[in-house]
Structure formats: C-alpha cells, structure tokens
Write a protein that binds this ligand. Structure first.
Ligand SMILES: [Zn+2]
Length: 90
C-alpha cells in the first residue's frame, strides 16, 4: 500500500502560533514509518514532512493497525447497511 499524503486528514500543526511549530504526521491504520514501529512523527517544517511521507512510510500489520482497520471496515459495512436499510424504508 502506497501512502498518499492527506494534509487535511493526517497532519496536525502543534504550536502553530509560536516560532517553532511542530508538524505532526498521523499515519492512517495499516501504515507506519520504515525505521521504527511508530505511526506518528513530528517535523520542523512542512517540507520535511512531505519528504518523509514520500520516502519513509511502509505498510504496517501491527496489532493496533489490524484492530483499527477491522474497526473501520466494520463501521463502513455497518453504515452501508444502515443506508440500505434507510433506502428500503422510503
Ligand atoms: Zn501499525
């Protein structure tokens, strides 16, 4: 799975009104950084973050990711079923 940076969804800027803001990349479930078993990392600049998002992100099968993905799949199926149910009652 290739990671495509989604700034709106995955990036937080901590201390954005200070001189040293921290750009934090929160990887979605199923992905992690290649050099360590971590899913969140802070950067000094948006350029560093973009660079790292391109180079350092790999697929992750750790328990947290599997649980998270299972949960998301469940939620997706559940909401799809709800929509179908709602459509049928109309
Ligand atoms: Zn993981």
């Amino acid at each position: 799975m290739k990671y495509k940076l989604n700034i709106k969804r995955d990036v937080d800027i901590a201390g954005q009104w200070t001189e040293q803001p921290d750009y934090i990349l929160n990887l979605p479930y199923g992905l992690r950084f290649s050099d360590d078993l971590v899913h969140v990392r802070g950067y000094d600049s948006m350029a560093d973050l973009r660079d790292s998002a391109k180079r350092d992100v790999i697929t992750c099968n750790c328990k947290d990711c599997l649980d998270g993905l299972a949960d998301e799949t469940y939620k997706l199926q559940h909401s799809a079923a709800e929509k179908r149910g709602a459509a049928e009652t109309i």
